[in-house]
Design a protein. Sequence first.
Length: 480
Amino acid sequence: MSDSYLPKDFLWGFATASYQIEGAPHEDGRADSIWDTFTRIPGKIADGSSGDVACDSYHRTDEDIALLKQCGAKAYRFSLSWSRIIPLGGRNDPVNEKGIQHYVKFVDNLREAGIEPMITLFHWDLPDNLHKRYGGMLNKEEFVKDFENYARVCFKAFGDKVKLWITFNEPWCSSILGYSTGLFAPGRTSDRSKSAEGDSSTEPWIVGHSLLIAHGAAVKTYREEFKEKDGGIIGITLNGDWTEPWDPNDPADVEACTRKIEFAICWFGDPVYFGKYPDSMRKQLGNRLPEFTPEEVALVKGSNDFYGMNHYCANYIKHKDTEPDVNDFVGNLEILYHNKDGEAIGPETQSVWLRPHPLGFRKLIKWLSDRYGGPTFYVTENGTSLKGENDKSLEEILEDDFRCEYFKGYIGALADAHAKDGVDVRGYMAWSLLDNFEWAEGYETRFGVTYVDYTGGQKRHPKKSARTIGKIFDQYIKKE
Ligand code: GBH
């Protein structure tokens, strides 16, 4: 055991997202989100599934809270379904009291169980009507006003009970996977073999800009109208992997590592902390990357009370000598799982992109802490799938030692970042409380510390990792 530690009042728990767990898509007045319509398009989801039932968590809030308690969780990060709260989405559309009441009760029950709620306003499930009505996230003017209105409705309804707020989960995914590769809703791309519409040379950058301004607008509203009374904090959650050079002796690979992080993370982090996009992005994308007006800089710069960090893995990076393609979004480089000497960055999991490399967590959080002047961090997601898990017997699945080792490695690395590198980190949410609808991968990939028996009455079976996380934190969190 290392001598590293985490602070006394460290908040740890689990994370989920509405569309991935709730089901009940047409209950109590909910309308379609872009994920409801996207999953109906043949070929978009690996197993042809959707979130129609998912973990049925809409009807099983008591069971989910009981699980959290059993794990010893101190906090729970979940997202609100905008489509339950304002089914048609817009600022002039009706607010759905039943949707609000569902979450009020849920938040009350969490608090009664001694579990601190952390709310994500937007985890990708945009009301479909806004997408159809005016182009959704592509339409900055309309989208920013509608998101700001939705955020205010939520602050009003839950602000007295909820002290931790996240505006957007992983804007990179909404922008790139939704508007460049088309792997995620709404599935736009300029590649006509994948979709009939879109222009991936411009749209992802426009969408990213809309999300940043909408984040800034919601934070301004919180600070002006709620913060003093409710005393909470608000930030944005950014995803990003660590990078190691394919050839550490090649300065071009070393430089490409930084560029990769700038394209993946600083695209959003730099505007929030510095009020501008990274130079490397401006250089490659030119005027395809929107400019901030002075009013927008004022909204976005300084808009984080904390940095929400989602982190899963690391990659090797190899530079490219060729001119960047107009559809490139990674920074004109190759992302690899092996280095020059053939060494793997980490073992395989069920997710092609996810190779565990715990030391990368410590390095990345320190790197971000240095770049952004030592902000407070909340780790809002961290976890792993496990190769072949879905094909194993229940008995084997429940002994998920690989996932336990993952959490030991990553939480240990976080404690090192805190105790040895001086990073100000105050919370950690494991992804995820439950196996759930893993977006384009459907139900075949499982990330839960709890096994969900989708065909066996949705029964929940805690895996070994569900019990292990609490023990790990017990070792690291200072007692006094
Ligand atoms: C998180 O994103 C999400 O917030 C969460 O909802 C999800 O369930 C969890 O990951 C597990 O996947 O499609 O090959 O181009 C993590 C960051 C970034 C990981 C995009 C997958 C897509 C790789 N994600 N990445 S690919």
